[in-house]
Design a protein around this ligand. Structure first.
Ligand code: ADP
Ligand code: MG
Length: 188
């Protein structure tokens, strides 16, 4: 039996768009994991640590037979294989690739290493905008609100999304081009 998991992807070092695509390909290549749907890519202003380059972000839905801890280990392996350097870097600082578990169906997970739903999901437009695109009616299992409602609330708190996020390309990667292209041009 497989579960549907929603993940968030982010990059703000190097070729950010290529990093998002590479991560999706690597995930899809993992045993027991298949990428089902990918949002439009967007560029977002950094939050928390604001003195760093803008991020490219996306969300994806994935089917997996792995359990959450094994899936997280696999995400961390992909980050590492793509050169994510965790040694001595500023928490929430620049990263070549960041892969987070946002939602695991309607399950809650709370361990030393993993909190799902992601604890900051509802506070971040760069997570909610792509999630609304691919999972508008999905309900947050702790807050009991749809992704669309959470985004409305985030906008009420933080102001218009278009000042903080802008779309980089239209459409999902579900079409015949698969994950291998055509690669989108980065116009940052
Ligand atoms: P962040 O994504 O919060 O900026 P990191 O990518 O450096 O931070 O992740 C640090 C740790 O956060 C991971 O090693 C992992 O153990 C933990 N973590 C807790 N919950 C999650 C989650 N839902 N998704 C990904 N990592 C998580
Ligand atoms: Mg992370």
């Amino acid at each position: 039996m497989s579960d549907v998991v929603h993940i968030g992807l982010g990059s703000n070092l190097g070729d950010r768009v290529a990093a998002i695509f590479e991560a999706l390909e690597r995930l899809d290549d993992c045993d027991g994991v298949s990428v089902v749907r990918v949002s439009t890519l967007l560029e977002s202003e950094p939050v928390d640590v604001v003195d760093q380059p803008c991020f490219v972000n996306a969300a994806a839905s994935v089917r997996t037979v792995l359990r959450p801890e094994a899936f997280l280990a696999m995400l961390l392996q992909v980050e590492e294989a793509m050169g994510r350097d965790r040694g001595g870097v500023v928490p929430r600082g620049p990263r070549s690739i960041d892969l987070d578990i946002l939602l695991w169906g309607d399950e809650r997970v709370e361990t030393a290493d993993l909190t799902v739903p992601h604890p900051r999901l509802h506070e971040r437009a760069f997570v909610l905008v792509p999630l609304v695109e691919i999972a508008e009616t999905l309900t947050h299992p702790v807050l009991n609100e749809s992704m669309a409602n959470l985004l409305t609330q985030e906008i009420a708190c933080n102001g218009p999304v278009d000042l903080r996020c802008r779309m980089l390309a239209r459409g999902s990667l579900q079409d015949e081009s698969g994950f291998h292209g055509p690669r989108m041009e980065e116009d940052a």
